[in-house]
Design a protein around this ligand. Structure first.
Ligand SMILES: C[S@@+](CC[C@H](N)C(=O)[O-])C[C@H]1O[C@@H](n2cnc3c(N)ncnc32)[C@H](O)[C@@H]1O
Length: 296
């Protein structure tokens, strides 16, 4: 098993390393040999800006330019991204401790350190993971990374088309809907405006998973540091993924069909911290709130 992982990691690294260079201490895309068809390199995407903030190499000049503006608007954006990844990891482990062995990760992004299948399959190699993103680069790179992993897959679909995701042949091949599922919607709902009726969307997901399933959500909020958040909103309006931060009450309302578990919707470090020192420092640095709900 370790040999298969090592070989696929090496293949991925070699393919990828030949197409990146180091700029300002960050790995950036030099050629786009891995670029799937139909991607507009001039139009920044949230997936690639996030990748840039996390120090990844799957972003283009336009993404890096917006990434720099994002950093001007929110100087702690890199810490925010890492804090969000830490919430993702903790929520996966929380669900696994409660028996979850299959995940539907929607808005999964470009693979980086601590992807869901890595976190989960380290605990139980039999864990199944379906990644979904509506961004072609994120999905293409996820598919390269998952080559040889029979228990994880990646689909290009939109969160706003729940039935396409839930009835997709690949979703059904890997996930058993008669058993509880961990729904992960981490860092993605701020791309869904209220006009899209996010609660109605979530109800479709709720109604398709069996009791005992869980839902994790983190998203940008207007609850604190709102001036900064409005600057970020302005920056992201120049991308293909405009952003809609929500007040706490609206985020809590996203869990309406799920039972919101303790400690409720909170600032990211406050959600089941690994250690008390996680609560040192500025708890609002991520600009996000998060929670986990349970399907009764
Ligand atoms: C900030 S990243 C979060 C990645 C990962 N979930 C994490 O928390 O580290 C948001 C991702 O959501 C994706 N996304 C945005 N709107 C989406 C939609 N309507 N359907 C599916 N994915 C979407 C973006 O392409 C991007 O990859």
């Amino acid at each position: 098993m370790w040999l298969r992982h090592t070989v696929s990691a090496l293949t991925l690294w070699v393919t990828w390393r030949s197409q990146v260079k180091i700029e300002k201490g960050c790995l950036v895309a030099e050629t786009a040999g891995w670029l799937p068809g139909g991607v507009d390199m001039e139009l920044p995407s949230a997936a690639r800006v996030y990748d840039y903030l996390l120090g990844g190499g799957h972003n283009f000049a336009a993404d890096r330019a917006i990434g720099e503006k994002f950093l001007s608007a929110m100087p702690d954006a890199r810490i925010s991204a890492r804090t969000n990844r830490a919430f993702l990891r903790r929520s996966v482990l929380f669900m696994m401790q409660r028996g979850i062995r299959q995940f539907l990760d929607i808005g999964s992004g470009i693979p980086t350190v601590g992807n869901v299948h890595e976190v989960a399959q380290r605990v139980d190699p039999e864990t199944k993971v379906v990644y979904v993103d509506n961004e072609a680069v994120a999905v293409a790179h996820s598919q390269i990374m998952l080559k040889g992993n029979e228990k994880a897959t990646a689909l290009q679909e939109d969160l706003k088309n729940p039935l396409e995701i839930l009835h997709h042949a690949e979703t059904r091949r890997l996930l058993d809907f008669s058993q509880p599922i961990g729904l992960l919607m981490v860092g993605v709902f701020h791309f869904v405006p209220q006009s899209m009726d996010p609660q109605a969307l979530l109800r479709v997901y709720h109604d398709h998973v069996t009791p005992g399933s869980y839902l994790a959500i983190s998203q940008f909020t207007s609850e604190f540091k709102n001036e900064q958040m409005q600057r970020v909103v302005k920056v992201m309006s120049q991308s293909r993924d405009p952003m809609y931060p929500r007040p706490k009450q609206e985020i809590e309302a996203l869990f309406q069909d799920f039972e919101l578990l303790e400690p409720g919707v909170v600032r990211l470090p406050e959600w089941h911290p690994d250690s008390p020192t996680d609560l040192d420092g500025d708890l609002e640095v991520s600009g996000m709130l998060a929670g986990v709900g349970y399907r009764r």
